[in-house]
Design a protein around this ligand. Structure first.
Ligand SMILES: C[S@@+](CC[C@H](N)C(=O)[O-])C[C@H]1O[C@@H](n2cnc3c(N)ncnc32)[C@H](O)[C@@H]1O
Length: 312
């Protein structure tokens, strides 16, 4: 396969947000091409340690080559970042100085047409699995889910206003031919959206986002995972999360707010009975977005939002 271009989103901003230092112990939940991980290892030299997870075998394989110069200072685990506590316990780590999540799909996954993540790969099988050992793919959804379930996914995860007609046409089409390729789905979407509404980007964009989120369970337990992650930080440790669409960003914002909230008892009560304690300080009152110079070289950074918090 040809060498694919790879940019790590808001690399410097993430490193500053995480306050990476020599000797620190870091967790990168979304290893991907290893760009952020590699920078963490560089900036935490000579004694820093890194643990990174990814669902994708190919990401682990590729990043292990990229990180080879730091051999002995990193551990890569093929797992869901939601299992951070298990990974931490297995490796005998007390707490992290920094945790990073760069959510969603990587440019390698999008650009490798055979993975079926991109609506531009018409001939390819509709797939979208980050973890290729999973039996469940985008084909499972479009060929087996009930119409109302498909509609709900497109509406909730894709904010697709034509979710009803796309779902209806998917179910009608699959009675004739199983939907196996990206191109078949593109055609169904194309005929489900009225011409005057096709100006706003590619008509398949929102449906593909929605299916990808469902296939990989991207929003399942994200809120609880962020709460757990903050609790896995050492005092003064930082958590930095990059999100790419409003659904993710809302969850990150809400989880940080919850962690930042102190006692919620009625102020008239003489003592606290709720036991709620503030756990973090939010560092980014507003999310950080990519600089003009980054946007000039990486269009994918456009929708990225970075939020950072510090454990108190
Ligand atoms: C946006 S990319 C990360 C890019 C990376 N920061 C870099 O600099 O190269 C996201 C990666 O996270 C992985 N991923 C997404 N959700 C995951 C999850 N819940 N657990 C583990 N890995 C996940 C994807 O497979 C993908 O490789």
């Amino acid at each position: 396969m040809a060498e694919l271009k790879h940019f790590s989103v808001m690399l410097d901003e993430c490193m500053q947000g995480l306050n990476v230092k020599d000797g620190g112990v870091y967790f990168d939940g979304t290893l991907g091409g290893g760009g952020h991980s590699s920078k963490i290892l560089e900036l935490s030299s000579p004694n820093g340690k890194l643990v990174a997870t990814d669902l994708d075998d190919y990401a682990i394989e590729r990043a292990s080559q990229k990180l080879a110069p730091y051999e002995g200072r990193f551990t890569l685990v093929k797992d869901n970042f939601k299992n951070l506590l298990k990974v931490k316990e297995n490796l005998g780590i007390d707490g992290f100085d920094g945790i990073l999540l760069d959510l969603g799909v990587s440019s390698f996954q999008l650009d490798d047409r055979s993975r079926g993540f991109s609506y531009l790969s018409a001939e390819e099988a509709l797939d979208m699995r980050m973890d290729k050992t999973n039996a469940f793919s985008a084909q499972t959804i479009v060929n087996t889910y009930p119409e109302n379930e498909i509609k709900k996914i497109l509406l909730e995860y894709g904010e697709e206003r034509f979710s009803s007609s796309i779902a209806k046409n998917i179910v009608a089409e699959r009675k004739i031919n199983p939907i196996k390729t990206v191109g078949q789905l593109n055609q169904i979407i194309e005929k489900s959206i009225p011409a005057k509404f096709k100006k706003d980007g590619h008509p398949s964009k929102r449906t593909f986002q929605a299916l990808r989120i469902e296939v990989n369970g991207e929003l399942n337990n994200l809120y609880d995972t962020i709460i757990q992650m903050a609790r896995a930080l050492k005092k003064g440790g930082r958590i930095a999360i990059i999100s790419f669409h409003s659904l993710e960003d809302r969850i990150v914002k809400r989880a940080f707010k919850e962690l930042e909230t102190d006692c919620i008892c009625d102020k008239s009560l003489p003592i606290c009975t709720c036991g709620k304690k503030k756990e973090i300080e939010i560092i980014t009152k507003r999310p950080i977005t990519a600089s003009e110079s980054e946007l000039a070289v990486n269009g994918r950074s456009k929708s990225a939002k970075l939020r950072v918090a510090e454990k108190i």
